[in-house]
Design a protein around this ligand. Structure first.
Ligand SMILES: Nc1ncnc2c1ncn2[C@@H]1O[C@H](COP(=O)(O)OP(=O)(O)O)[C@@H](O)[C@H]1O
Ligand SMILES: [Mg+2]
Length: 241
């Protein structure tokens, strides 16, 4: 079998935290699709830790998939505790990628996850009130990262983006304004983004089982996000000019 993807040189396990001290921004959705991305595209062992103390959306979603006889390509543990760093350590030898859905509201859990993470993804929708929350989440992340001895890469991921295409470019004013705001403020923003699509909502909230498709099988835009996420780890033959 030929693999279409270049091999990756990542730490083992690669630990990715999805966090934002704000709910409803697409953390859980992103955790699931990115877990599927790693499992299906890179064929590695993936664990999702649902560390959201308020709503165990990830746990319920995973359970629904498993009960619906859907072949879920990753495992999930619910561990909504500020000892989530221990949970990561304890599972480190069994997985290649660990994705922590750090939930909202709990700065303690978020900070504990950061202690063990290589990558922090801050998902935010383009709504101005949510984008305004990015700096406080970033600051909490910086405080937590100060206790680490190695670097953590922090990137903002734009979700629920309105799309108005013209000549292959998304000219939505809200999207462009908020991206510019984030970039001008110095944040590293993923080039790829998640459109506001019913598709993603249905994946998380929809029924599974008889007659239903397996929604996370189609990675949609998360394929690009995943590729961008792992691009620093690619063992590249090509040297860019
Ligand atoms: N790109 C998107 N487009 C449309 N709806 C989305 C998108 N991403 C997530 N959703 C929906 O928004 C809601 C919140 O997403 P969720 O991933 O649960 O956020 P969080 O974990 O940050 O609370 C869910 O109903 C989800 O299905
Ligand atoms: Mg969630």
């Amino acid at each position: 079998m030929t693999k279409s993807v270049a091999p990756l040189d990542t730490p083992t396990p690669l630990v990715i935290t999805l966090g934002n001290l704000k709910g409803g921004v697409g953390k859980t959705t992103s955790a699931f699709f990115l877990a599927s991305y790693f499992a299906s595209v890179h064929e590695v062992r993936v664990l999702v830790i649902d560390a959201d103390p308020l709503s165990q959306t990830g746990y319920s979603w995973h359970r629904r998939l498993v009960k619906g006889d859907v072949a879920v390509p990753f495992e999930l543990i619910a561990f909504p505790s500020r000892h989530v760093d221990d949970c990561i350590t304890d599972n480190a030898s069994d997985f290649d990628v660990i994705i922590v859905d750090a939930g909202g509201e709990s700065a303690d859990i978020f900070k504990a996850a950061i202690l063990q993470s290589h990558e922090l993804i801050l998902p935010t929708s383009v709504s101005p009130s949510e984008v305004k929350r990015v700096p406080s989440t970033f600051k909490a992340a910086e405080e937590a990262a100060a206790g680490r001895d190695c670097e953590i890469r922090v990137r903002v991921l734009m979700t629920k983006v309105p799309v108005t295409m013209k000549n292959g470019v998304n000219i939505s004013t809200e999207y462009r304004t908020q991206r510019r705001f984030l970039e001008d403020a110095g944040y590293d923003v993923f080039e790829s983004y998640l459109s506001s699509w019913k598709w993603y909502r249905e994946a998380a909230d929809g029924e599974v089982g008889d007659g239903a498709e397996n929604p996370i099988e189609d990675l949609a835009e998360y394929r690009q996000v995943g590729d961008e996420l792992v691009s620093p780890y690619r063992i590249d033959m090509e040297v860019s000019a």
